[in-house]
Design a protein around this ligand. Sequence first.
Ligand code: GLN
Ligand code: ZN
Length: 757
Amino acid sequence: MKSTVIGYPYIGPNREWKKTIEAFWSKEISEQQFEAQMKEYRLANIQVQLDAKIDLVTVGDFTYYDRMLDLAAMFGIIPARYKWNSDLVSLETYYAMARGNQSASASEMTKWFNTNYHYIVPEYEGQTLKLLNNKPLRYYLEAKENFNTELKPTIIGPGTFYFLTKEVATLNKPSYLLQLIKVYSQLLSELSAAGAKWIQIEEPILSTSLSKDDMELISEIYEQLNTVNYSSKLLLQTYFESVEWYEELIKLPVEGIGLDFVHGLEENISNIKKIGFPKDKVLAAGIINGRDIWITPLQQSSEMLIELESLVSPNHLWIQPSCSLMHVPVSLTAETKLSKELYENLAFANEKLQELAILKNALTNNRDADQEAFEQNRLTRELLNSSSVRQQGEVQKNIKRLSEIQITRQSSYAIRKDRQQKILQLPDFPTTTIGSFPQTAEVKRNRSQLKKGLIDKEQHDDFIKKEINKWITYQEELELDVLVHGEFERTDMVEYFGEKLVGFAFTEKAWVVSYGSRCVKPPIIYGDVKWEKPMTLDETVYAQSLTTKPVKGMLTGPITILNWSFVRDDVPRSIVAQQIALALRQEIEALETAGIRIIQVDEPALREGLPLKSSKHDAYLDWSVDAFKLATSGVEDETQIHTHMCYCEFNDFIEPIHALDADVISIETSKSHGEIIGAFKNATYTNSIGLGVYDIHSPRIPEIDEMVAVVNDSLEVISPEQCWINPDCGLKTRKTDETLAALEIMVKTAQLLRKRS
Ligand code: GLN
Ligand code: ZN
């Protein structure tokens, strides 16, 4: 039995990697210094795996920004707008594709399967593909020179790369595929010639709902690769879910297959039992969760491994985490402030490597010797599971009584709309914003001074009040119809609520990469979630006291809080969602009681949480939509509930949106050029829709005509009575003058529309 990993985090224990990249961008270090430091990190990552006694160390998963971008650059798939015309892709071109430059916009970025990581989407414009640079080979040779150990180079596979490529000009697909097979063949041959015994090919696309034709195409790719002359063995790695086409998969001409026995456990195991696993192939079993931060139940995992061992040929089982460890933080040792109970239940990347070693040892050596470690592991888990943080009597009682709570609004939307309008007296095409206003240097300074103890809570809150005051005045001057307080007290839309709710913990250094060099530090939901006292009342009520116009309360929805956190694994996610929803329901009640008539509950991550397999969508949508409704349905008809979803695609998503039954949903409508709103065509959706009439991600001030055009496009699909006018997202990243200028045009747009109608 061998232990191995699919990939290891590249950001470094202190985000050194990120800092080096950003120092290079701002020209604080030279390209040479940059390369030298990156090499140091690369080698250090290998050393960690060796120190943890991993048998087969993986190389080639390191990147300077993103691994899909690496492939595009390696193959010369470089869009014309970057004006690239040489045989080498410079760092300048590479980063231009990632981030854009003066004359060319960046490539699109999108979610990597069901993770919170985002990759750069390759754009095929009919280029001639060529292997310009064999990155896994370079890293393989570099590692070989420095370490005396067996190394497994890795590469994202041709199937996944093919299906994730965006064809800008819908050009000849077969030709693209043939070219891809050619460059991959060359890449494999070179690795083989350099001495790689095993090469890992990552094909997460196999864990999605592929059609039969798609699967046939992938089989064809591997048949083609098999005709090439190389002696390395191929390990075809899948992860994030079970595989849909198991029978076809095991027939592929590869020597090893990696399956996820954490997220795709039931289907994968039952396929192996039913159909069998080929005697001549290695099974790389992902048994340690690569997506969460909890210690592994060692006893169960080892039992599972014993079972798997009996299903494959002797010495044909490898053990590994379920996916690359890039999705978890690097090391727990940096955390000093967590409770002992919680700390002992956590395992980040390095701790997961240790678990792998324990499991391997237990399975290969004297199994009794590890009984002690297993028993300790069981007790540690048991201690947290039975602790009062996970057994909050009141929360559990409420959850049990959920069936007594009505989660639909009292009346239909048509009736609510009239009742709300009687009170709110809004004009046609009402204007509003999405919640946050610019987080200026002063706003950030105020927060950091409180953290450092340089100012006290009162001074901090006074500053926030001044900001609210200033922005209420601005909004009145702009003649916006529904005002917001501006969210100056918030760092992050999830962290802010997590800090105020019971059941959340925050780490000091548990960063994970979100995209490019950007890292996030997700909260940990480790106990029962409970509302203790109002979280947003002071600021909202204060803002409302300054104006006669309605001020909109601003909350983050239950599913977004859930999906952007690490979540306890002892209860189903749906239960955690219910707990958060109940807490938000109490917050909404408090706001309503205090006279707030409009409350927005943001759910940008609702669609993001969709499972990879379409067969699992309905179950997820059932409980997640119900959680939103549980949070928002307790209000009077007169109280208006808004929700917001950033760049959500609605094409196959109208039904769940309908089911949310929010009075107003604000969406993106400018950048998508009518594509997103188009989904509402022919839909019987009559609730109101906030049109995101301009793109807040750009500093550019849009013209009035552009905004009118966006509304005109939308009016082809929905009726004027449904329309609100707003920016497409929160304004916290913009400058004050940009914000005021853009909003002025936006209000003028609405005024023009009213005159017209
Ligand atoms: N209310 C939040 C804000 O305005 C919404 C952020 C988001 O949609 N990502 O910042
Ligand atoms: Zn948004």
